[in-house]
Write a protein that binds this ligand. Structure first.
Ligand code: FAD
Length: 359
């Protein structure tokens, strides 16, 4: 159950206005930390630019991207892309110490930028890098950070960022506002926000910034990069089709039926948490509140009850097909198509039908 931020906002409910300290009133604009690694900007950065654009339009403010990287990294090219996704300007910091992510220099870089240019709101992806950076930047700046948001709005009374996120194990949604500190920070997981349309002709300003880094003052050294072979192969968050299995598959042998259908459809395999806990699949395949958020064109849920903690990770799929032998299973409350039946007989039949149809 969710109310609108305006209904929930404490300031709005009590009629009380929390006055922003005078020195923080100068903070303006919505920033997005643009995460990139080995030549690719993480797609969550573009998703966040879409949200930032809506927030900034409500506030009558500008959207800025922040790009930090080594001297040879194509940050200006990334900035051009950012303009297409809604940024008005990009702050660009090139420095040898920013080649490859390390918490210390990135925290210093981002906090220095904030202190110099004073954004009102700052958004980061809830990725491994974004979570690490957001926490240290928020504590350094002594401001508020709401992690893993599912919705971002502007509270009409206080004009503060109203950041909504699940709480109490996912059974409630709460809206959190940072009323007396700036910037207001939030992280959002990949695929939670929809991808904005790219306007290739849109342009913006690049603001090059120098920050005096000293390699000798940074204790962490980047010696080598060793890719994680298993997690690189699993691209659940951005898969177009996902066949997902739950505890209703009964055992690891039956779970093979999920793989069979996925192979025929060219789909990724997902799972509910009990399946991961039972060791039938890798943790990277878990969908839900403590797993991945996915937004595929098609999500086939087999033997999954549809508990709220699973639902929050997959309900944005364009089409949800549920296979469950219990007609009262909660998943049928939000699935677009339902098959009431034994997954162990329905799955082989579907796999065979698709195999002959697609052959
Ligand atoms: P069950 O609830 O056991 O449901 C099995 C379903 O299979 C039932 O609906 C049953 O009718 C059906 N079934 C049984 N036999 C068959 C058959 N032969 N054919 C077809 N259908 C059959 N869960 C997640 O998935 N992801 C998370 O990220 C997550 N995070 C959590 C975080 C917290 C803090 C907590 C407290 C819980 C979290 N959970 C998460 C667990 C969640 O609450 C549920 O327990 C879990 O999603 C249930 O998984 P399931 O539907 O596979 O299993």
């Amino acid at each position: 159950m969710s109310e609108t931020p305006a209904q929930k906002a404490p300031a709005a409910r009590s009629g009380r206005k929390t006055e922003l300290p005078e020195h923080l009133k100068a903070y303006k604009g919505v920033w997005v930390f643009l995460e990139h690694d080995r030549g690719h900007v993480h797609q969550v950065s573009w998703e966040l630019l879409g949200s930032a654009r809506k927030l900034a339009d409500t506030l009558g403010a500008e959207v800025a991207g922040v790009l930090m990287g080594g001297p040879d990294e194509p940050l200006a090219q990334y900035a051009q892309e950012a303009f297409g996704y809604g940024a008005d300007l990009c702050y660009v910091v090139h420095d040898p110490v920013l080649k490859g992510y390390r918490n210390e220099p990135f925290t210093k870089g981002l906090t220095d930028l904030v202190n110099r240019f004073q954004p009102e709101i700052m958004l980061l992806g809830a990725t491994t890098m974004g979570r690490d950076l957001a926490g240290s930047v928020a504590t350094t700046l002594q401001t508020g950070l709401t992690a893993d948001c599912t919705e971002l709005n502007i509270d009409p009374v206080s004009r503060a960022l109203a950041a909504t996120r699940p709480t109490f194990g996912g059974s409630l949604l709460c809206t959190i506002m940072t009323l007396a500190y700036r910037p207001q920070m939030a992280t959002v997981r990949p695929r939670v926000m929809s991808m904005p349309k790219k306007e290739a002709t849109r342009s913006g300003r690049i603001v090059e910034v120098e920050i005096g880094f000293e390699e000798s003052s940074i204790v962490t050294k980047l010696l080598d990069f060793i890719p994680d072979a298993s997690s690189n192969k699993i691209n659940l968050a951005y898969a177009d089709i996902i066949v997902s299995g739950g505890k209703g598959m009964k055992n690891a042998d039956n779970f093979q039926l999920i793989w069979n259908l996925a192979r025929v459809l060219g789909a990724e395999v997902g799972a509910s948490r009990p399946v991961v806990q039972a060791g039938w699949v890798e943790a990277e395949r878990q969908v839900g509140q403590t797993g991945k958020t996915v937004r595929p064109k098609l999500y086939i849920a087999c033997g999954i009850s549809g508990a709220i903690q699973h639902r929050v990770g997959m309900e944005s799929a364009d089409a949800i097909v549920a296979i469950n032998n219990d007609p009262n299973a909660p998943i049928f409350d939000f699935a677009h198509y339902g098959i009431v039946g034994n997954a162990m007989t329905v799955l082989p039949a579907l796999t065979e039908a698709f195999r002959s149809h697609l052959a």
